[in-house]
Design a protein around this ligand. Sequence first.
Ligand SMILES: Nc1ncnc2c1ncn2[C@@H]1O[C@H](COP(=O)(O)OP(=O)(O)OP(=O)(O)O)[C@@H](O)[C@H]1O
Length: 306
Amino acid sequence: MIEVHDLTKRYGDKTAVDGLAFTVKPGIVTGFLGPNGSGKSTTMRMILGLDRPTSGTATVNGRPYAEHPDPMFQAGALLDAKAVHTGRTAYHHLLALAATTGIPKSRVDEVIDIVGLHEVARKRVGGFSLGMGQRLGIASALLGDPEVVILDEPTNGLDPEGVLWIRNLMRDLAAQGRTVFVSSHLMSEMALTAEHLIVIGKGRLIADVSVSGFIESASNESVRVRSPHANALHDLISGPGTTVLSIDRGLFEVTGLSAEEIGDRAAGAGIPVHELTVIRPSLEEAFMELTKDAVEYQSATIGATR
Ligand SMILES: Nc1ncnc2c1ncn2[C@@H]1O[C@H](COP(=O)(O)OP(=O)(O)OP(=O)(O)O)[C@@H](O)[C@H]1O
């Protein structure tokens, strides 16, 4: 379990994290979402005792991470996969980590198997691909068989096979009862992996919501309907609780009525319909909408691409 209370981090006059409060529960994957620069890495670093909060607290399994006598067994993290000694083999990198933290040698072979690095374990890390480096970073995180696993953008730059592997691994770790906290700036990726979401923007909490709740609130659908009898159709579907936008001649975008209702009404009135399309915003669009006021460097064309 991770608990964050009123967590704030300032760098000079820049507030990177601004009064964050949330709980990350065991047994599920929790996605930590936010646009670039929103404070995800800084928050994770404070949870792991690598940055000192300006104010507030972050605890792992009930205590600040650094105050645990056995931190490697409490939480394992992948923050920067490139932070390894490139001259060492993967095996020796993990062995050195294990030796300095009182973890038995047998666990090194176990984590190498878990992450599928068996064939390259005796090769120097300097020659590793990005995906192999991510796997090694995850092996290091799992070395202490920790209750809490924290991964900062673990799928960044990976090929589809690597993305799928990490997705399944996170789900398995959660199914084993662990707390899995994973950051991303991609809503679509989190929708496939996480059960719960903590969304931040400009260091502030924007949403603490289940993925299914987010999808439900995001699926604010509308219906596009086209008919050569534009006026008759307009009269038929207009009314309280319905919004009818005229897009083009005979083409309307309707909210407040389902496609079935519109189709049935038109059929009942003998009005021909040439198009009936349900329009649902993508999760990525819903996420952009949610965080639009909290994006640090907004592109001028963002609206035009929707
Ligand atoms: N050591 C530092 N000194 C000054 N400013 C910093 C420092 N570390 C982070 N920041 C600033 O704090 C803000 C939050 O950064 P952070 O890296 O935590 O965001 P993020 O959500 O992880 O972003 P990204 O997805 O781009 O990695 C940014 O504006 C960043 O420039």
